[in-house]
Ligand binder design. Sequence first.
Ligand SMILES: Nc1ncnc2c1ncn2[C@@H]1O[C@H](COP(=O)(O)OP(=O)(O)O)[C@@H](O)[C@H]1O
Ligand SMILES: [Mg+2]
Length: 263
Amino acid sequence: MAIKFLHNDENIKGDAQIILSLGKNLLLKGPTGSGKTRLAEDLTGELGKNMYSINCSVDVDIESLLGFKTIEYNEGRQEITFIDGPVIRAMKEGAMLYIDEINMAKPEVLPILNAALDYRRTITNPLTGDTIVADEGFNVIAAINVGYVGTMPMNEALLNRFNVIEIGYVSKESLREVLNSQSIQKDASLIESITDFHEDLVTMTEQGQISQEASSVRSLIDLADLSTKMPIGRACYRAIIDKLDSEQEKKAILNAAELQFGM
Ligand SMILES: Nc1ncnc2c1ncn2[C@@H]1O[C@H](COP(=O)(O)OP(=O)(O)O)[C@@H](O)[C@H]1O
Ligand SMILES: [Mg+2]
């Protein structure tokens, strides 16, 4: 069974589908672990497309976007050929281009994509001099993590080329569904406690007591999985508490966990 993006706010997926169907670029904004990559994969799968991904938090340069030259031997003769990178492949194939953590890219790199991202849907490859016009099916989804220290604002000209969807916290019901489909934990009452715990985390986040990452869906799946093999208390440390640096946040979460799980 394919893993689906689940969210109580149905406009998230619905509007994402509309934006893509109009051939427009989509920017997903949300804390780490909120399901941005899951949603992008889901949407791409539904469109029956391939997805080419770029992660801008690692060193992204022109070559990692557009490709590189290499020497090939053809019937004993040396030939210089160009191996297309993810952007050019996605454009030529009419596939999905997924640009993860787009706000983390070095400022000088992404402007090369500007013409590919606006109505021109074109790129001139400075490494070959070729001009590539995107196939009709070419779509772009980008993602940015919000909410933690070190988050950088996105370049204005780039932001302007996107339509934005924010992914907020999942409701208790959606989280229950996510855990039921993605965790190996099958104990219904423990899953219920974990979803209650998540509600407490969300409340604490909204009150500014803890940072947004603490209530990431990814961490809650980890918590549910670990709790099949170790006591829930220790699982809380491994999946959530010890990821944080602030003693105050750790304490607040520990208190909530003790109340919820009676540890
Ligand atoms: N709303 C959601 N619906 C389904 N799965 C989710 C959701 N949010 C998070 N997940 C799951 O949590 C994990 C992290 O999600 P991911 O999409 O990688 O987060 P992000 O890209 O926002 O950091 C994945 O295993 C994903 O399946
Ligand atoms: Mg991701």
